[in-house]
Write a protein that binds this ligand. Structure first.
Ligand SMILES: [Zn+2]
Length: 284
């Protein structure tokens, strides 16, 4: 089976939001407009397109400028953290110029250590300051760095407080892969927990536990496309439309309607990133 061949769009799920996509990725870029068309046809009402370095940050911003239902974030991924010196000014200028709803994808990845840990910590801490300075929420990637990442974010939140307002979270834990106890600590800190397509994998019992336990009022759904394709499309390239499969699977786990998962997670994404859903997008 070809990993790049797109599957037919899933059954429609009106009102769902993909809280984390990378349609700038070379696997998706040639097919970007068609993938967006499939997403809207599936019922998606918004997509958060996430930058991982300066070029992909600008690509995300440009897409958001021409696609009213796409929202962009600006950030340097932990894998790219060793490029902070060359990209710092460009990222700051981009953020100053506006057109972004968040700062990310930022964080720590001690699984692969593609950038040295010290560089990752420096890039994360600098970008947390940018988020605060620009009054934007953060999109956090944490892999094999549970305690280090939590400690940095906890220290930061204690210092800056709920800088987006008392009713708005300060960020999202993208592709959250920790356990229920860690999810609770992050929710206490003011983070939303984002569930990716890997929750549909039969062996991912920990992810399923989290998806069952986290209140819908604190949950997001995301694709992280072109990676982490949910069942039944696993093995193919991922794309925003498939977020509907993840929402449907979560609904099955929780014994509720998929429309409820779509509606609540969409409202959370709109609140976190400060955008407005289309009229009717939040209706049952
Ligand atoms: Zn990502």
């Amino acid at each position: 089976m070809s990993a790049k061949r797109p599957a037919p769009p899933p059954e429609p799920l009106p009102g769902v939001v993909d809280a984390h996509s990378h349609t700038w990725d070379p696997q998706l870029l040639p097919d970007r407009d068609a993938a967006l068309a499939r997403a809207w046809a599936t019922g998606l009402v918004a997509i958060v397109e996430v930058g991982c370095d300066l070029p992909t940050t600008l690509s995300s911003r440009d897409l958001a400028a021409r696609e009213p239902r796409v929202y962009a974030t600006a950030g340097l991924h932990p894998h790219e953290a060793s490029h902070l010196a060359e990209q710092r000014e460009g990222l700051r200028e981009a953020l100053d110029g506006g057109g972004f709803v968040g700062v990310g994808e930022i964080g720590l990845d001690f699984f692969r250590n593609i950038s040295p840990p010290d560089a990752q910590i420096e890039a994360l801490e600098w970008q947390l300051e940018q988020a605060r300075d620009h009054a934007l929420p953060v999109v956090i990637h944490s892999r094999d760095a549970d305690e280090e990442c939590f400690a940095i974010l906890e220290r930061w939140v204690r210092r800056v407080g709920r800088y987006l307002g008392p009713d708005r979270e300060v960020g999202m834990m993208h592709c959250f892969a920790g356990d229920v106890a860690l999810a609770e600590r992050y929710m206490d800190l003011g983070f939303l927990m984002s569930v990716p397509g890997t929750v549909t994998y039969p062996t991912n019992l920990k992810g399923q536990d989290v998806a069952r336990s986290v209140p819908l009022a604190r949950m997001l759904v995301e694709t992280d496309c072109p990676y982490l394709t949910p069942v039944p499309h696993r093995g193919r390239r991922n794309e925003p439309a498939y977020v509907a499969e993840t929402a449907r699977f979560i609904a099955t786990l929780r014994g509720c309607g998929a429309d409820e998962v779509a509606r609540e997670t969409a409202a959370n994404a709109a609140r976190l990133f400060g955008f407005t859903l289309p009229a009717g997008g939040q209706q049952p």
